[in-house]
Design a protein around this ligand. Structure first.
Ligand SMILES: [Zn+2]
Length: 47
């Protein structure tokens, strides 16, 4: 008897779609926290 492959696939997709913890500063392209409001590298304000 087969398991429910669809349920497994959906679980994997949801897991992969989790919010990333980092983003790239558009000014200096440094990887920083998504919660940062100001880039720690170039001090640009992020919106
Ligand atoms: Zn920056």
């Amino acid at each position: 008897m087969k398991g429910n492959v669809l349920d497994m696939a959906v679980g994997i997709i949801i897991g992969a779609a989790a919010e990333p913890a980092t983003k790239v500063c558009p000014y200096c392209f440094t990887t920083i926290s998504v919660k940062a409001i100001r880039c720690p590298n170039c001090t640009s304000e992020l919106k």
